[in-house]
Design a protein around this ligand. Structure first.
Ligand SMILES: [Mn+2]
Length: 344
């Protein structure tokens, strides 16, 4: 099983513990040390923001960017790792304070598109053609600040410009309904894939579903994945967990709702996700309370829980399932699922 599924993680998943109410509480670990540790615990893919590859990217020439990306590619190669995707971190630059691709200022929009195209170039150097777009600040705090009809057109225009700039790139939209902004454009996978079909090349635009983001939209992550799988558009997952409608918690996969996690694994099995060759990514973060020595356990635990749930899905009594469905005995089916998860 661990050979069938490939796992990925981003350097930000091992962090210093800062939150909006308090400073860092663990020392920084350099990326190279993190990559070695990821490989040792069974992760083969690394997810990158453009400025994870090239820190202070805004101050650097393309020659410098290219040199740094090539150097990092060599480090990954030497460790038997590969880059899964590169994502432009538009939301952390002060220029993108009110959104980048949907900013009201056309000069900012052009900056956003150019920075996104630069992330595609970095991806190409890193050997991956996946560009993930989490549209963090593309939205509003108050509705009156932007014209949503116009904003959605601006997003289509931006996607088209990126698609036309590079014939290899695959754009993968990661929807999220809120946070950091109050109301985000493309809040669900349905919105994202509807927009994909409006672009100049729908075959090159797909989606990535994060469990917590679906939950924050009041939706079921497994059903959202099923929707994307039916369209052959589930090009990535960020599995994690979420304790209700709060801030984006990025908790260890399965740690809040084991049955929801079971159903996410079940739909990935039903959709033959492993056979697609795509990575199972975990966007999980260590609790702030964790001492540094244990601040990677959330990754190991998420991967372990995932693999145990693959086993649970595969060993569920298929004959019983078929009989319950035939007899419409969903009480029995539900109990059987619960008993199976309880180990009985
Ligand atoms: Mn998250």
């Amino acid at each position: 099983m661990s050979n069938e599924y490939k796992f990925s993680v981003g350097p930000w998943n091992v962090h210093e513990g800062a939150d909006p109410f308090g400073p860092p509480c663990r020392d920084s670990i350099d990326n190279i040390t993190k990559f070695k540790a990821f490989k040792a615990i069974g992760f083969d893919g690394i997810q990158f923001h453009d400025d994870d590859v090239v820190p202070e990217i805004e101050t650097k020439s393309f020659t410098e960017i290219s040199t740094q990306a090539k150097a990092l590619k060599k480090i990954l190669d030497d460790q038997g790792l590969e880059a899964e995707f590169v994502a432009p971190r538009l939301w952390e630059d002060p220029k993108g304070i009110d959104g980048a691709l949907t900013a009201n200022d056309p000069a900012i929009r052009q900056w956003g598109i150019e920075r996104t195209k630069r992330a595609v170039d970095i991806g190409q150097i890193m050997g991956c053609n996946m560009l993930v777009l989490w549209l963090a600040r593309e939205g509003t705090y108050i509705r009156e600040a932007k014209n949503p009809i116009n904003s959605y057109q601006l997003l289509v225009d931006a996607l088209n410009e990126v698609l036309q700039s590079n014939s290899e790139v695959r754009i993968v939209i990661e929807p999220k309904p809120n946070e950091p902004v109050d109301l985000a454009y493309l809040p669900t996978i349905g919105h994202a894939l509807a927009m994909a079909h409006q672009t100049c090349d729908p075959t090159r635009v797909g989606g990535l579903i994060e469990s917590a983001h679906a939950l924050l939209a009041g939706l079921d992550p497994a059903e959202e994945m099923g929707f994307a799988l039916q369209m052959n558009k589930l090009w990535g997952v960020h599995l994690n967990d979420q304790n209700g409608l709060k801030y984006d918690q990025d908790k260890t996969f399965g740690s809040v709702n084991l049955r929801s996690a079971f159903n996410q694994v079940r739909v990935l099995e039903l959709g033959q996700y492993a056979q697609s060759g795509r990575y199972v990514g975990f966007d999980v973060k260590a609790m702030r309370t964790q001492p540094a020595a244990h601040a990677m356990r959330h990754l190991e635990n998420s991967r372990d829980i995932f693999l145990q749930l693959v086993q649970k899905v595969r060993t569920f009594d298929q004959a019983l399932e078929a009989r319950c469905i035939k007899e419409r005995d969903y009480e029995m089916l539900e109990l059987a699922v619960m008993q199976h998860l309880l180990g009985n």
